[in-house]
Each structure stands twice: as structure tokens, then as C-alpha cells.
Design a protein around this ligand. Structure first.
Ligand code: ATP
Ligand SMILES: Cc1cn([C@H]2C[C@H](O)[C@@H](COP(=O)(O)O)O2)c(=O)[nH]c1=O
Length: 226
């Protein structure tokens, strides 16, 4: 969340490479948190607001590729500013739990590490973009990239092309995995790496246990059933 005392909710982000199961796990966690009586908002990046969804279409369609990683990072950040202002901050101020499919760590990994933008640039960008809205917990879903890419490909409609980043080579996706590990290892109070190469219910049980351990005091009696 949240360095502002007026942000009462909880902010959980899901990160990782392509096809690691973030959307699937967000749906599972959403239903468990709702069952525990919490007010939950599910959202995603890039996107989550009308203007940010327009930017999403442009970037994932490959429109910004030729501009290079710095310009792409700025576009993701522009989308994030609108998303934070119009949806995330108001939800946190209202005491809701926000589950977000990707956030600033994706910019660090995809544009920063893979695009070779310096840490100083990435930190400055986050400082102005996030304006104090930072995740309470980040779940980094981890698996060999070849498996995730295979899952992402099998999810696509027949004949649909891979998007801007799915179509990068295996080396790009291997560097992403390393970057997410580095991010998580550098911030162990915020980030947990979750082995996503298991069945969805197994991963989901692990995630709920982590959420309960890390943020359970904020929830009305979250009960682990398995
Ligand atoms: N644990 C799992 N085992 C096998 N298949 C899974 C598992 N979790 C999700 N899937 C399937 O893999 C595909 C990708 O899952 P999902 O959309 O949840 O991933 P994602 O991380 O949100 O992907 P992306 O970042 O590419 O949008 C879907 O077809 C989904 O049904
Ligand atoms: C937020 C963000 C995302 N990306 C990349 C990562 C994915 O390839 C796509 C989003 O697609 P998904 O199916 O919704 O995961 O965008 C990025 O490069 N930088 C970012 O900041």
C-alpha cells in the first residue's frame, strides 16, 4: 500500500513471467478473501482504467517497440499513474483489498533489467509514478519460462499472434526470471517467490497461507482450510 496513513486497505501484486498463472491465482485468492468477508478489487497492468487500457493495446500491439525500452517504460508508467489515481488509491483509501496482476516490478524486470535501463532511472521513475502507493505484498510466481510460454500459447485463440513480449526469444524470458528473483531477494519483507510449477490448487493453498501469515492480522478471521 501504502506509506500514507490514510490508505487503510491492502495492496497485493502478482508478478512473474508469461503464463505463470497469475490471473488464475488472483481469481482463487479473490474468492477466498471474499469468503473471509473482505472487500476485494481485482485489477491488472498495463490497464485497470479506461485510459490505461488504451495504452495497453498500443504497447502490446507492438506500437512502441521501435521507440525502445525507455519510451516503453514511460508509457507503462503513464498508464500506471492513471490506474493508481483512478482506481488503486481510492480503493485503498476505502479499506479495500486490491489484487493487481503485475505492477512496477514488471517495469523493473521487462524494461529495466531486459532493456538495460539503470537502477537509478528505474527508482526515479517509480518515485514519481507511484507517489507512495507501494504493494504490501508481492507474490512472484516462478517457473521455467519454456513451461509458462507453452501455457500462454495454449491459452491463445487459434491463429492469434503472440503479443509484443510473448514473441521475444527464450533468452529474454530467462533474463526476466533472473530479474524477478533479484527483485524478490532484494526485498524479502515485501516479496515471496512461489513455485508455480504445480497444480493450481496447490499453488493457491500456498498463496493463501503466505497472505494469512503476512497480512492475516488485517483480515477478519481468515481461515486456512487446507
Ligand atoms: N497450475 C497450473 N497448471 C496448469 N495450467 C495452468 C495452471 N495455472 C494456470 N494454468 C493455465 O495456464 C494458462 C495461463 O494462465 P494464466 O492466464 O493464469 O497466467 P498469467 O500469468 O496470468 O499469464 P500472462 O501473464 O501471460 O497473461 C491458462 O490457460 C491457465 O488455465
Ligand atoms: C505492467 C508491465 C507489463 N509488461 C508486459 C508483461 C506482459 O508481457 C505484458 C502484459 O500482458 P499480461 O498478459 O497482462 O501479463 O506487458 C511490461 O513489459 N512492463 C510493465 O510494466
Amino acid at each position: 500500500m501504502s506509506d500514507g496513513a490514510n490508505l487503510r486497505g491492502r495492496f497485493i501484486t502478482f508478478e512473474g513471467g508469461e503464463g505463470v498463472g497469475k490471473s488464475t491465482q488472483i481469481r482463487l485468492l479473490e474468492s477466498r478473501l471474499r469468503a473471509a468477508g473482505l472487500d476485494v478489487v481485482v485489477t491488472r497492468e498495463p490497464g485497470g482504467s479506461q485510459r490505461a487500457e488504451t495504452i495497453r493495446e498500443y504497447i502490446l500491439g507492438g506500437g512502441a517497440r521501435a521507440l525502445g525500452p525507455m519510451a516503453e517504460a514511460l508509457l507503462f508508467s503513464a498508464a500506471r499513474i492513471d490506474h493508481i489515481d483512478s482506481l488503486i488509491r481510492p480503493a485503498l483509501q476505502a479499506g479495500k483489498w486490491v489484487l493487481c496482476d503485475r505492477f512496477a516490478d514488471s517495469t523493473r524486470a521487462y524494461q529495466g533489467a531486459n532493456g538495460k535501463l539503470g537502477d537509478d532511472v528505474m527508482q526515479a521513475l517509480e518515485q514519481v509514478t507511484l507517489a507512495g502507493v507501494r504493494p504490501d505484498l508481492t507474490l512472484v510466481l516462478d517457473m521455467p519460462p519454456a513451461i509458462g510460454l507453452q501455457r500462454a500459447a495454449s491459452r491463445r485463440a487459434a491463429g492469434a499472434p503472440a503479443d509484443r513480449f510473448e514473441s521475444e526469444g527464450l533468452g529474454f524470458h530467462a533474463r526476466l526470471r533472473k530479474a524477478f528473483h533479484q527483485i524478490a531477494n532484494a526485498e524479502p519483507r515485501r516479496c515471496v517467490i512461489v513455485n508455480a510449477d504445480r497444480t493450481a490448487p496447490e499453488v493457491g493453498a500456498d498463496i493463501f497461507r503466505i497472505v494469512d501469515e503476512r497480512l492475516g492480522d488485517a483480515a477478519p478471521a481468515p481461515a486456512i482450510t487446507r
